[in-house]
Design a protein around this ligand. Sequence first.
Ligand code: NAG
Ligand code: NAG
Ligand code: NAG
Ligand code: NAG
Length: 456
Amino acid sequence: MSFLFWLGAFAALGLPAVDARAVVAHYMIYKTDPNTDHAQRDVREAIAVGFDGFAMNMGTPGANWSTSTVDQLFSAAEGTEFGLFFSFDTAQHPILADHFAVLEQYRNHPNYMRAGPANFPIVSSYGGYRNGSDWAHFKSTTDIYLIPNLDDTKPGGGDTGPYYTDPAGQLSEYNAIVDGYLSWESTWPQSIHGPENISSVGDQAVMDYAHAAGKSYMMGLSAVQYKNLFGDSWYRVGEVNLPQRMGQILEMKPEFTEFMTWNDGGESHYIGNMWPEAYATDLPEILLYANTEQWPHYAWQPLVTSFINAFKVGKSAKQMEPPAGNQAVGALWYRGMLKTCNEKVPRNIDAAVDSVNYAIVLPKSSKGLKIQVSSGGKVLTTVKANPGLNYAAVSGMRVGPQVLKLLDRRDKVLMSAASTSDVTNSSKCNFNFNVVGLKKRPPPNTDKSTRSIVNE
Ligand SMILES: *[C@@H]1O[C@H](CO)[C@@H](O)[C@H](O)[C@H]1NC(C)=O
Ligand SMILES: *[C@@H]1O[C@H](CO)[C@@H](O)[C@H](O)[C@H]1NC(C)=O
Ligand SMILES: *[C@@H]1O[C@H](CO)[C@@H](O)[C@H](O)[C@H]1NC(C)=O
Ligand SMILES: *[C@@H]1O[C@H](CO)[C@@H](O)[C@H](O)[C@H]1NC(C)=O
């Protein structure tokens, strides 16, 4: 079966609409207080970004609170086209059979996301490799569209494992079982030998293998992975992984993209909300390095919207457009301290660069614009800006304010983003990013961000 077969199959789907190319966000099922509007806000805000649904990471099947969260999400999605499906977290709970009950409970909900020629409920996973017989048994007991993560590459290994280098050897036993393949580790560059850019070589190999076997492919998209929890700490690049990966996905055109993640504070790649009831009691350690007050990541959302719009219609990164007409969108992001920090040093620190990172999407009509980045009062770079996606990791980050400017041909500031929290020479490491959205230039001397602009 060819790639076109899949386009046809997805286009013919019913509710909720999984169209030719669907983009979902990985969503950690944590405690959600039913007396709040938190589930509703997550669904509403994810719809506003352009996501088709959530891949619900289920690590505690059977726990009342997790079923309650699932229930709240389904209620929130009712009446919309937003889809939900389970992604069984086999690292937290390896026994597949235990996930059966919750799937059966929700599989017929009108918002349970479906796919494939038979329009079956989608089931995915985090982990679950080397468990072919369990998957085979699971699939034989219920009608599902199975798109698991069978990538057993060493964490931090990028696309270097045999799953990527020899998919025929690794995956042939699964072809009789699965409907598609989701790859996980290739979402971040190999981060164990110093700085590296994201590679799509392994994804291409697995996708080619999947398509030749009549299977679909789901590709991961993420900004960074930084964890400082349970006595361990690691960093996975990072820097401009988000826009670079967008370009690769737009080129490769897989059937699905999974954004990692909506709400995983522990790994610092959230783009949405981190609710207090999920973190304050059970995971307070996380709030020390990731929370949406000090380190909100919402400013990445307009870039993701622009990516989703392009992905849906098969455009390239150069053809990406701002979501709302001619108003450019973009963000500046940076680590809050230099790499010289020496407390709580994460594994793979050598992969990190002291860089000021940005991405800006400009409309087709833009001409003669420039992008300028300064750090600690020094201009690091001024480059020509092009229509579509522009991005860079500008090395040489210094202590002090970080500023991104969009300039016209006469160097007038059209838009800017300035650090709300400046870079320090702190000895304590935190490799989560500060993310600031590009805005129309604020009037002079009204706030701190203006000070940064004026002081340069
Ligand atoms: C879970 O919910 C069931 C049914 O609502 C209830 O009987 C049970 O006590 C609850 N368990 C816990 C641990 O809250
Ligand atoms: C595979 O399945 C067995 C039995 O259900 C389980 O004990 C094991 O942890 C699973 N392994 C993985 C990698 O999921
Ligand atoms: C990553 O790619 C950029 C160009 O997009 C290049 O300037 C940079 O040197 C690359 N980094 C590494 C570590 O290869
Ligand atoms: C930051 O601190 C380190 C060690 O404390 C020192 O070696 C380095 O020069 C400092 N850098 C700046 C820019 O202040």
